[in-house]
Design a protein around this ligand. Structure first.
Ligand code: MF3
Ligand code: CO
Length: 257
């Protein structure tokens, strides 16, 4: 069942995803060599709660933290830990969720720590551009496959891997609603996009092969070849004339300077 949202509901989803964007901007300023991912998680939790929301990930299917923080070969769902210390040259994907006024916010951004390799920089840039190209397809009358194919074709044109085991999703009162939004697929296939649908588009792109391993902690997903991965996520409302992006990366990028 795909829930179509009213204007009022879309505005509540926008409020949530704006708070997620501000939270990502706040944590981005603290991502420096020497900080632990647990410290970053604390900053995220405090920021969310001080803005009248609760962390949507905390307790979700037993998830033990407020954010997923995934470094280098970790693709997604890295669990914050006192034992994981950020270092110069890392790429750090931070995925944050909020719950406020009955709706969920969910977005992610990959940060560079100081000087990162040219290869890692390109991986990040291509993954973000893949998100933008997928997002451009998010309009009424298109199909999910138009988004999927746009993401896949762009990422694969650089020789990168497109992770298939995880996908984007509908967003609303629940974090994961229908439809699923794969990052690979065929144009013109899949569910029809209708005005009022809200979806999360979240490419997970690898520098090497697309194969991933699910770690024994029950959450962390890493690349099998241990090469780096990047992950960016937008929440997007489908409109007649095009995408209405509810996440605001400019807040994050302006705060990074
Ligand atoms: N943004 C992720 C997703 O869409 C985060 C969910 S993970 C959990 O699946 F921590 F909340 F479980
Ligand atoms: Co998501």
């Amino acid at each position: 069942m795909i829930y179509l949202k009213t204007e009022e509901e879309i505005e509540l989803l926008r409020e949530n995803n704006l708070l997620v964007s501000k939270t990502l901007a706040e944590v981005g300023r603290h991502i420096k060599p020497g900080v632990t991912t647990k410290q970053l998680d604390r900053i995220i939790e405090d920021f969310i709660r001080s803005h009248g929301a609760t962390p949507a990930f905390l307790g979700y299917q037993g998830y033990p933290a407020s954010a997923c923080i995934s470094i280098n070969e970790q693709v997604v769902h890295g669990i914050p830990s006192d034992n994981i210390v950020i270092k110069e040259g890392d790429i750090v994907s931070v995925d944050v969720g909020t719950f406020m006024k009955g709706f969920v916010g969910d977005s992610a951004y990959t940060f560079a720590v100081g000087e990162v390799s040219a290869e890692a920089r390109q991986l990040m840039e291509v993954t973000k551009e893949a998100l933008y190209r997928g997002t451009a397809q998010a309009k009424a009358g298109n199909r999910i496959g138009d988004i999927s194919a746009a993401v896949q074709d762009y990422a694969e044109s650089f020789g990168y891997g497109v992770v298939r085991e995880l996908e984007g999703h509908g967003l609303g009162r629940k974090m994961h609603e229908e439809p699923g939004v794969p990052n690979y697929g065929l144009r013109g296939r899949g569910p029809l996009l209708k005005e009022g649908m809200v979806i999360c588009i979240e490419p997970m792109i690898t520098m090497g092969t697309r194969a991933v391993v699910f770690e024994r902690d029950g959450w962390t997903v890493r690349t099998r070849d241990r090469k780096p991965a990047a992950h960016y996520e937008f929440a997007v409302a489908i409109r007649k004339d095009g995408p209405d992006v509810l996440t605001d990366f400019s807040i994050i990028e302006n705060s990074l300077g």
